[in-house]
Design a protein around this ligand. Structure first.
Ligand SMILES: [Zn+2]
Length: 348
């Protein structure tokens, strides 16, 4: 078997044992002597080999977890987000694990906290600032995430809602019912590299459309005079000319929407390029309220917008008319039941 060496550092010493090679000889032919170049090289080689093994194991585990998250929507551990709790989801799919009684778990809405998450998204979508939401939650005495889960948050005061707690909830895609793993902190603008389950893995607390809309609202900058600009139809409008999502755009003291068809001040615009497409929000709301009145009696602009979002609808805006379509369809298909044709009427 192995010979041993003694590596001394200060007053501490560690015995190094090398396993015997196939022929029954220790690879160092004796005690390892770190002053000996050949022995040092041998130790470095063994070190590199074990490091490679660690890297390979890491790669295998991460690849497997990514597939489990994407394909199976598997819950891969970590604390459940505020609004959810963990429930049993049957025996583990791996038989060896199932045999010793390991169970799968999944997220399920927590009856106590889930309504608060839905409320937070609804408030955000109606244009309330993140700070305003935190204030309202504190005023109503709603327990904040760290107070609900004291055991996991001994380092937090549990004193109340902050800007950060509310913002963290509003940007967590797991509330759409999909399992998301490997979400990188600090890469706010991109979802590249995230493992997102293809199918819903647990009950959603917010629809996909509402979640996306909440992110658009989040991107809106506060104005210099501190006033809040609300764009009710943010994320719902598509340009009738180029199908791009229309930008929220403040014109003459009013909310409006604009499409520049892919051109901006950094790109020279050809003379024959279409003019910017601009629409006033109040005109659009009037038009939509009137045209949707047969299917939905909207009590307020907020109610109308909630109806559009709840039904996964989008609005294609041409120069003088608009058409309601299913948000996941690129083109309005004529004659579809899901589509409500709006009569052409001049706007602008
Ligand atoms: Zn356009």
């Amino acid at each position: 078997m192995a010979r041993s060496a003694r590596i001394t550092q200060g007053t501490q010493s560690v015995a190094v044992h090398l396993p015997a090679s196939g022929q029954g000889r220790a690879e160092a032919f004796g005690p390892v002597d770190m002053n000996e170049p050949a022995h040092r090289a041998l130790m470095m080689m063994l070190g590199a080999q074990s490091q490679r093994e660690v890297l390979r194991a890491r790669h295998r585990v991460l690849a497997a977890m990514r597939i489990q998250a994407c394909e199976q929507g598997r819950y891969l551990g970590g604390r459940p987000p505020y609004g959810y709790r963990l429930v049993d989801a049957g025996p583990h799919p791996n038989q060896a694990h199932a045999q010793w009684g390991r169970r799968l778990r999944r997220l399920d809405p927590d009856p106590l906290t889930a309504p608060h998450v839905r409320w937070i998204f609804a408030r955000r979508l109606s244009g309330v600032s993140v700070a305003g939401i935190a204030r309202e939650l504190n005023e109503r005495g709603v327990p904040c995430p760290s107070r609900i889960d004291r055991k996991r948050n001994p380092h937090r005061s549990g004193q109340g809602w902050t800007l950060n707690t509310v913002a963290t909830i509003l940007e967590n895609p797991r509330y759409t019912g999909r399992q998301v793993w490997d979400r990188q902190a600090g890469f706010d603008d991109t979802t590249a590299g995230w493992a997102i389950s293809k199918k819903p893995a647990h009950p959603a607390l917010v629809s996909d459309a509402d979640f996306v809309a909440a992110q658009t609202i989040r991107a809106a900058r506060p104005t210099r005079d501190g006033s809040v600009r609300v764009y009710l139809l943010a994320g719902l409008l598509l340009c009738g000319l180029c199908r791009r999502r229309m930008d929220s755009h403040w014109v003459n003291g009013r909310s409006g929407y604009r499409c520049r068809h892919g051109y901006d001040s950094t790109k020279p615009r050809p003379a024959d390029a279409p003019k910017n497409h601009c629409l006033r929000e109040d005109h659009l709301l009037d038009e939509l309220t009137q045209q949707l009145s047969e299917v939905h009696e909207a009590e307020s602009p907020h109610d109308l917008v909630s109806y559009l979002r709840a039904n996964g609808l989008a609005v294609v805006c041409a120069r003088s008319s608009c058409t309601v379509i299913c948000a996941n369809e690129k083109e309005p298909a004529p004659g579809k039941i899901s589509q409500i044709e709006l009569f052409a009427s001049p706007m602008g």
